[in-house]
Design a protein around this ligand. Structure first.
Ligand code: PMP
Length: 403
């Protein structure tokens, strides 16, 4: 190993991250994902925590019946898929999963990717090329941003959830193109359904209108919406009772508690992605047992809409409890409850104190959110008890008051 050369590539970045408090390291969990976990504390001891930080919103990762179904799928299908989907990797569980996603989402067809990240990157970069226009909400997830970069399309960022600003950037973009010799662009609007650091929702009815009026394709990323929004967890369209976006992306790694991403929509779209999406084509298919687990878990959500309702009730209970304790939060329409502290160092302090008292809620700070907007990002599960949520709300309030 030539340490001097490695230093050239890595040393400055690591030192800068240490100096400006953005150095990242991983927390070690010693038990499976659920509403109570054991983590390794900085002093090496194990400590039990109430987990208010998981994306496993319906708490399906550690249910006996679902674990056994996955174990059975391993026994039947082995440990890996052995090839890409278009070579030898496509097994019965992959097909069953895609059929079930299409049914669950009320779409003609679905295609799966190995992660939600790969679904976003592979879909945007396949749909758009360098002469196209993409209109993107300023708070969209990194995987959308990376997909846009890879597509080389011209990107116009609109103010968060601001439909007037979206209309404004569309007109501005069209004007700039009209003045050039280039052909008329294809236009894509892309947005998160639930914004991952704020927990608020995209305005789907308005986005559908703007897309229609301006001849745009509309793509919505339902990573934090699937299994969460709507009476039965179908997502954003069920929440609003309106039509679906043209392209619905989602993940199987959050409420579904497995792994993988998907795109649901017309068959022509999924056939196109099978032929053109590089993150679908040039990678090994997910393990068949993972596909089987994702499908089993989705069936479980389909059969247990009361779990989605429990999550909704818990979010309301927690937001109400925080407000009763004097903490300023809005009632979240999703499973994500941001508690804005503002100052970066203070947010870190609150999170560390909560952890000492057995409550795990990470602090999110710049560059993930804007400077001075540091926050605790609480996320709820369907299985938290009211007692756990009340304890967390009271403890948060006590710590914030003493800041
Ligand atoms: N989209 C959004 C909005 C997300 O929050 C995430 C995960 N953090 C993803 C996509 C990526 O999904 P996955 O974890 O399955 O790669």
């Amino acid at each position: 190993m030539n340490e001097r050369i490695l230093d050239l590539f890595t040393k400055d970045a690591l030192e800068a991250a240490r100096a400006n408090n953005t150095y990242r390291s991983m927390r070690l969990m010693e038990t499976p994902e659920s509403s109570r976990v054991k983590i390794r504390m900085p002093n090496g001891a194990s400590q039990e925590q109430i987990l208010l930080a998981s994306n496993s919103y319906l708490d399906l990762a550690n249910i006996d019946e679902l674990k056994q179904a996955m174990a059975q799928a391993v026994l039947e299908w082995g440990t890996g898929s052995g090839g890409a989907r278009l070579t030898t990797g496509n097994k019965t569980p992959h097909q069953e999963l895609e059929e079930f996603i299409a049914k669950f989402k009320g779409e003609e067809s679905a295609i799966t990717f190995n992660t939600g990240y790969m679904a976003n990157v592979g879909t945007i970069s396949a749909l758009c090329g360098k002469n196209d226009f993409i209109f993107s909400d300023e708070l969209n997830h990194a995987s959308i941003i990376d997909g846009i970069r890879l597509s080389r399309a011209k990107c116009f960022v609109y103010k968060h959830n601001d439909m007037a600003d979206l209309q404004r950037v569309i007109l501005e973009a069209e004007k700039s193109r009209a003045e050039s010799a280039l052909p008329a662009p294809r236009k894509l609007i892309v947005t998160d359904a639930v914004f991952s650091m704020d927990g608020d929702l995209a305005n789907l009815p308005e986005l559908l209108r703007v897309a229609k009026e301006n001849d745009c394709l509309l793509m919505v990323d339902e990573a934090h919406a699937t299994g969460v929004l709507g009476k039965t967890g179908r997502g954003l369209a069920e929440h609003y009772g309106c039509a679906h976006a043209d392209v619905t992306v989602g993940t199987l790694s959050k409420a579904v508690a497995a792994e993988g991403g998907f795109v649901a929509g017309p068959k022509q779209l999924t056939e196109f992605l099978k032929n053109k999406s590089r993150s679908f084509i040039f990678t090994t298919a997910m393990a068949p047992a993972v596909a089987a687990a994702a499908c089993n878990n989705l069936r479980f959500i389909d059969a247990h809409p009361e779990r989605v309702q429990n999550l909704r009730d818990n979010v309301k209970f927690f937001c109400d409890a925080l407000r009763r304790e004097g903490v300023n939060v809005d009632l979240s329409p999703s499973a994500i409850v941001p508690i804005v502290i503002g100052d970066e160092a203070k947010a870190m302090q609150v999170s560390a104190k909560l952890q000492e008292q057995g409550i795990l809620i990470p602090a999110i700070r710049y560059p993930t959110v804007a400077k001075g907007q540091a926050r605790l990002r609480a996320s709820l599960m369907a299985t938290h008890t009211h007692e756990q949520l009340q304890t967390a709300a009271s403890t948060i309030a006590q710590i914030i008051k003493k800041l």
